[in-house]
Design a binder for this molecule. Structure first.
Ligand SMILES: Nc1ncnc2c1ncn2[C@@H]1O[C@H](COP(=O)(O)OP(=O)(O)OP(=O)(O)O)[C@@H](O)[C@H]1O
Ligand SMILES: [Mg+2]
Length: 300
């Protein structure tokens, strides 16, 4: 286990050392969340590094990552714990005298993510990722409150289990619905926006180091131009990375309209969006992008 970062700068450089390039604001929020031992609540555009930050934090702090992927219908049994009825039945059959106290002991407890995260028998407090909370039903948030505010879970048959040291908690949401204020109040909040051109270029340099500089600039500028269009789903950083890899696989050195049209399926996942950008529109956009780059002094 590694110590928490000492400052915002330290947070930023330690994240960057693991190829995660945060905005200054995100580095500040991460630093404070760790310092104040509060959960980090990240909402934002898809594919902008919300899930990834939890993975990188686990690596940075030398802690295991425990991930709870939320989904419709997720309940306490799926998220925290369940009694192992089959084993309990077996125990009853094998020994006539098994008492309730024996049956409702830790032996028969199936620990799910939330309980694992606060389990006192864990040698190191983990990083707990509660991913895509907006996919879970609203009542699930009520379950979460006890965990998030006191880092404890009460099991009626067993008592209250409390984390000896709080886990680092990261919650994410894609904002398909609003998360309840009571949950948000316990967290530090940050909206993860699309990166600036410079930051996206820095991300690309780290994630796809083989991409020629000129191509990387065109890729990032083109994607920034796409994000200004009225598309059903805008490409995220994940798409920037994927597209760069695809273009490299095709031995591209610079963008051209044909190349763009051939690879749009990496960037855009809706036919309407693809139709809007392919063909002559692609060359028009590319020309605009080149003008912008030239104006910024990036091209001859
Ligand atoms: N700031 C960043 N620095 C480095 N890599 C990044 C950054 N932001 C995003 N990425 C990369 O983009 C990809 C997508 O990130 P991630 O899966 O965390 O997005 P997300 O916000 O969780 O998306 P979704 O909302 O779709 O779940 C990952 O491969 C990640 O490495
Ligand atoms: Mg995610």
């Amino acid at each position: 286990m590694t110590a928490f970062p000492l400052s915002i700068d330290d947070t930023q450089s330690r994240l960057e050392a693991l190829d995660y390039v945060p905005s200054r604001e995100l580095a500040a929020t991460v630093f404070l969340a760790l310092k104040l031992q509060r959960p980090l609540f990240l909402e934002g555009e898809p594919g902008t590094g919300k899930t990834e930050i939890a993975k990188v934090l686990a690596q940075m702090l030398g802690r295991p990552l425990i991930r709870l992927q939320c989904y419709e219908g997720l309940d306490m049994a799926g998220a925290a714990y369940e009694w192992n009825y089959a084993r309990q039945m077996m125990a009853i059959k094998l020994s006539e005298g098994a008492s309730d106290a024996d049956l409702f002991s830790e032996r028969y407890l199936i620990k799910r993510a939330l309980l694992q995260a606060i389990d006192p028998s864990q040698p190191v407090p983990p990083v707990l990722l509660i991913d895509e909370l907006d996919r879970a039903d609203e009542p699930f948030e009520a379950f979460l409150l006890e965990v998030l505010s006191d880092f404890q879970i009460t099991i009626p048959e067993l008592g209250t289990i409390r984390a000896p040291a709080p886990p680092v908690v990261v919650l994410t949401s894609n904002r398909t619905r609003e998360i309840h204020d009571a949950v948000k109040r316990r967290c530090l909040y940050h909206w993860v926006d699309f990166p600036t051109l410079q930051r996206e270029l820095a991300i690309l340099e780290r994630r796809v180091p083989d991409a020629p500089k000129a191509l990387a600039r065109e890729i990032v500028a083109f994607i920034h131009r796409l994000r200004q269009l009225d598309l059903y789903k805008l490409p995220g950083v994940a798409e920037t990375i994927e597209w760069s890899r695809a273009l490299l696989a095709l031995d591209a050195v610079v963008l051209d309209p044909e190349l763009i049209s051939q690879t749009l399926g990496v960037l855009l996942k809706y036919q309407d969006d693809i139709a809007k950008v392919s063909g002559s529109e692609a060359s028009k956009l590319l020309n605009e992008v080149r003008d912008t780059l030239r104006a910024a002094g990036f091209m001859g």
